[in-house]
Design a protein around this ligand. Structure first.
Ligand code: ADP
Ligand code: MG
Length: 323
């Protein structure tokens, strides 16, 4: 079991940031309303994710750490219409194959919780303990048993920056969840979870961008688009500020990126790029997220209609501003 998990881990677990992403997505899938992410040494030595979600029932904890154990897909229909962020059942088995993992979890119904300890895929301890409802995952000494992989870990500073970036994406993608991020004991990000997009933009991108935001709200039979786009005057030198989420998932997509940039055509100088924060919802049967393990890519079945709807919505918003 362990060897194959170590191999599989290569796809899911590349660095501390990928661990944080997977564990935080699990917390989001568990309907948490508050998630705390703590790292030390960029996450190389210590990662702790605490959530107040549904927890894992005691008799399911061991299973959750097995390969392809997912509680999220039950039927073929679910596979077609994936509503949760996770669905492969690979993260916990992969992470625990290459690190020391401690899981403390309790469901709201249970009187006591469970503390489960796994190192390099081997169970060390399973005990009943008192715990608040929700789940805490602690990941220590990433790649302690795969020295070849450990060599590729960068300094705490560099890995910590990757983690910070992932946390920002997650916080942006879920304005209704309160996120707290601490690095080496210092608070680096806090969002209230009250859904106020301007407040989150301010927190993450600073005052400059918050000043001139153009609201976008468009709903068609196929999709809905909600969020803010930046004033052309606040254009950026790179694409890093084009944020868009498809059904709650942060993605980079050629079609959506093109629709955004084409909408700004004539509004921006060459080699300048807009700020956007757009929440796009598309009928789940028309989006395929099962393309790549990192799940950053999506595939659409009505590409053209999606392109046109988005492009037009943004153009309209930009014109409105002109008047
Ligand atoms: P996936 O997310 O693809 O289902 P994972 O390996 O990430 O697979 O997680 C395995 C299972 O463990 C999940 O399906 C879920 O049932 C459970 N789980 C993991 N993390 C949490 C959490 N924070 N809260 C509640 N359940 C969790
Ligand atoms: Mg998962």
């Amino acid at each position: 079991k362990t060897t194959i998990d170590k191999i599989a881990a290569g796809e899911v677990v590349e660095r501390p940031a990928s661990v944080v992403k997977e564990l935080t997505e699990n917390a989001i899938d568990a309907s948490s309303t508050a998630i705390t992410i703590e790292i030390k040494d960029g996450g190389n030595s210590f990662i702790r994710i605490t959530d107040n979600g549904g927890g894992i029932p005691a008799d399911q904890v061991r299973k959750a750490f097995m390969r392809h154990a997912t509680s999220k897909i039950r039927t073929v229909d679910d596979l077609v219409q994936i509503a949760t962020l996770g669905f492969r059942g690979e993260a916990l088995s992969s992470i625990s194959a290459v690190a020391r993992v401690e899981c403390i979890t309790k469901t709201p119904e249970a009187l006591t919780g469970v503390r489960y300890w796994v190192e390099g895929g081997k169970e060390i301890e399973f005990e009943e303990i008192g715990a608040p409802s929700g789940t805490t995952m602690i990941v220590r000494n990433l790649f302690f048993n795969t020295p070849a992989r450990a060599k590729f870990l960068k300094s705490g500073m560099t890995e910590g920056n990757h983690v910070a970036h992932v946390v920002e994406e997650l916080a942006l993608s879920h304005p209704e969840i309160s996120f707290k991020f601490l690095s080496n004991g210092q608070s680096r990000l806090y969002t209230s979870g009250n859904g106020n997009l301007k407040e989150i933009i301010y927190q993450i991108f600073g005052r400059d961008l918050t000043r001139e935001l153009i609201p976008v709200d468009k709903k068609t039979e196929l999709m809905s688009i909600h969020g803010f786009i930046g004033n052309p005057g606040a254009a950026r030198a790179n694409r890093n500020f084009e944020n868009y989420f498809v059904n709650g998932r942060f993605v980079k997509d050629r079609i959506l990126g093109k629709a955004i940039e084409d909408a700004y055509h004539g509004f921006l100088m060459q080699h300048r790029f807009p700020f956007t924060l757009l929440y796009i919802r598309i009928d789940g049967t028309k989006v395929d997220v099962n393309v790549h393990p990192s799940k950053m890519e999506v595939r659409f079945s009505s590409q053209e209609e999606i392109y046109h709807t988005l492009c037009l919505a943004l153009q309209n918003a930009l014109m409105q501003r002109e008047r």
